[in-house]
Design a protein around this ligand. Structure first.
Ligand SMILES: [Zn+2]
Length: 185
């Protein structure tokens, strides 16, 4: 599997969507984390653009996330408007992960545990290697980072003071590294 990192804007100027089309991505995975003013808000959700097998992949990834983090499933949700609406502008299947709420102290603890992040990233990689053809191109997208129009955006603030984009990048990098190890023969 070949991985490409999608960078630039994805709302308005659709730079990431154009990159995915040009590279003929089989699947795009967008890494985010959830946030809410109420620190008790909790659970995992995955958005899908509904194209091809996106709903199936979203459901399977959600199952992996809740299984490893021990979080409550908030379900697979259709990309719409301000809730991941930009996914609809990818021509290929695209999903957006919100593994947990970084504004919830207990769930923030999960993503501040290196072992837990590694286990989750490896499990996602295992599944992708199993599902996708060996020559597939996978587009990975770190939410809120590398935007052309807002280079300083980092997304929501975590309970521990760092940011959504920091955690999204950590998880995405484990997924990418694990896929590369598993794809090397
Ligand atoms: Zn944090």
């Amino acid at each position: 599997m070949r991985i490409i990192w999608l960078k630039g804007d994805y709302v308005g100027n659709r730079e990431r969507q154009a990159q995915a089309s040009k590279a003929n991505c089989r699947l795009v995975i967008s890494f985010h984390f959830n946030a809410h003013p109420n620190p008790r808000a909790n659970g995992s959700e995955v958005f899908s653009n509904g194209k091809g097998d996106a709903d199936y992949i979203a459901a399977r990834l959600l199952h992996i996330i809740t299984n490893i983090l021990g979080t409550r499933s908030r379900g697979v949700k259709p990309a719409q408007g301000s809730r991941a609406g930009f996914l609809k502008f990818y021509h290929c299947p695209a999903v957006l992960l919100e593994p947990c709420f970084i504004t919830n102290p207990e769930e923030a603890n999960l993503v501040h545990d290196v072992q837990t992040v590694r286990r989750l990233g490896e499990a996602i990689a295992d599944a992708l290697v199993k599902w996708l053809p060996f020559d597939a191109v996978l587009g990975l997208d770190i939410g809120h980072k590398f935007k052309t129009s807002q280079p300083n955006d980092r997304g929501a603030r975590c309970f521990y003071g760092d940011f959504e984009a920091d955690h999204a990048e950590q998880l995405a990098k484990v997924v990418a590294a694990s896929i590369q190890i598993r794809s090397a023969v």
